[in-house]
Design a protein around this ligand. Structure first.
Ligand code: DSN
Length: 448
């Protein structure tokens, strides 16, 4: 297991940081929607001798000897992914979401080609063409947006696609609380002859658990990370659909070649083992119950926040996340709310909202998610309790205003960070959080 005398004796610094992190996870409410608690079986698989092996290539076609066991692991992961998502091809080697997405670009596009993705500040992913990502520099990125009501503006997507004739269109978000309209995207992509790629990193667990529509009938390529709602280790999977193979029979081969030898060297075989285990767990009936509960929890959280007078982008949620709009109290308030919640042991992240009047570093929104809380066993009553706590903390900090001047801002924030530690309401909330956490123990089998 994780906490052996060996690690403590060999490296007390790293050992104590890991212990402290376990305590932090145990004694806090983890509400970053892209995080989760993986199973002990996955942790067992990734902490193994598989990390010792080089296996460049693919099962049966390796550049190194001694890969007979690794082939079993990788073939198992591939077959489970194909079956679970219902696709003819899966590559389980991408190190994580960003390299997976880069590999997709380089499989179907050339530098300078037009691509379209959801604008970052409208809830999109960095790697879908945002200006500070290489993807926004190598390719001609035409971002699409959400409407004033917060929902995707599909009329704009079509208009931009007809005007710009993209080679690739991304669908998928990192801060969008509504079901993705895969079918509408597919009509547009087919009309302009673009590759349609579904990045389901956030919702993969909901898709396989039956709590969100699957993109597989609509997209040519589906990509996901494995550590979010899917509850696996950090990694990614790229899948080619039947529709993708119909458009280009060589698509699967192109993707495999771009991953290796195009972009990556030896796969992380220990991670592949963890992915295989998580796919097995995700195929079991309990995982469907988990996915449904994630969404029920998210809806309960949204309803109770709304009852408390908190404004939400789109007014609610269909998935695992809720995006809070803090602009009724001013601009750039996300940093204050995140800091105060951190002090109350509620971990969230400040996030831009559509048409944010502030900047991505000092945004005016807050992103909340239920995947990790649901993994701990929490249900609707706990979500309502937590929503009341979050609303209370927002009430405590809403009158702060972020100074425009850089030096003033730094001083103001430093003072705020000091003062919020002493805030009685924050202290009271922290006590409530600790009591709640003790009712839902995390990794009780792990001895420290
Ligand atoms: N960084 C991940 C997230 O938090 O949403 C993926 O974009």
């Amino acid at each position: 297991m994780l906490f052996t005398k060996r690690l403590k004796d060999t490296d007390p610094v790293v050992n104590s940081a890991i212990k402290a992190e376990l305590e932090r996870q145990r004694n806090g409410l983890e509400m970053i929607p892209s995080e989760n608690f993986t199973s002990l079986a996955v942790l067992d698989a990734i902490g193994t001798v598989l990390t010792n092996k080089y296996s460049e290539g693919y099962p049966g076609k390796r550049y190194y000897g001694g890969n007979e066991n690794i082939d079993v692991v990788e073939n198992t992961a591939i077959e489970r992914a194909k079956k679970l998502f219902g696709v003819p091809h899966a590559n389980v080697q991408p190190y994580s979401g960003s390299p997976a997405n880069l590999a997709i670009y380089f499989s179907v596009c050339k530098p300078g080609d037009v691509i379209m993705g959801q604008n970052l500040t409208d809830g999109g992913h960095l790697t879908h063409g945002w200006k500070t990502s290489v993807t926004g520099q190598i390719f001609k990125s035409v971002p699409y947006h959400v409407k004033p009501d917060g929902y995707l503006d599909m009329d704009e997507v079509r208009k931009l696609a007809l005007e710009n004739r993209p080679k690739l269109i991304w669908m998928g978000s990192s801060a969008y609380a509504r079901e993705l309209p895969f079918e509408e995207f597919a009509k547009i992509a087919d009309e302009v002859g673009a590759y349609l790629v579904a990045d389901i990193a956030h919702i993969a667990g909901l898709v396989v658990g039956g709590a969100h529509k699957s993109p597989v009938p609509y997209a040519h390529i589906v990509v996901t990370t494995t550590h979010k709602t899917l509850r696996g280790p950090r990694g990614a999977i790229i899948m080619v659909t039947d529709k993708g193979l119909k458009k280009d029979p060589d698509l699967a081969e192109k993707i495999d070649k771009t991953i290796f030898p195009g972009m990556q060297g030896g796969p992380h075989d220990h991670t592949t083992a963890g992915i295989a285990v998580s796919l097995l767990l995700a195929s079991q009936p309990e995982f469907g119950e988990y996915a449904a509960q994630v969404v029920k929890n998210s809806k309960a959280l949204a309803e109770q926040l709304t009852k408390n007078g908190i404004k939400l982008v789109t007014g609610g949620t269909d998935n695992h996340m809720v995006l809070v709009d803090l602009t009724p109290y001013g601009k750039g308030l996300g940093v204050f709310v995140q800091e105060a919640l951190d002090n109350a042991h509620i971990t969230t992240n400040k996030n831009t909202i559509p048409k944010d009047p502030s900047t991505p570093f000092y945004p005016s929104g807050l992103r909340l998610g239920t995947p990790a809380l649901t993994s701990r066993g929490m249900k609707e009553p706990e979500m309502r309790e937590i929503a009341d706590m979050i609303a209370r903390i927002i009430g405590e900090v809403k009158d702060n205003a972020l100074p425009e001047d850089k030096e003033e801002r730094a001083k103001y924030l430093a003072r705020f960070k000091d003062e919020i530690k002493q805030n009685q309401s924050v202290k009271r909330t922290r006590d409530e959080v600790l009591a709640l956490c003790s009712r839902f123990p995390l990794y009780p089998e792990m001895q420290v």
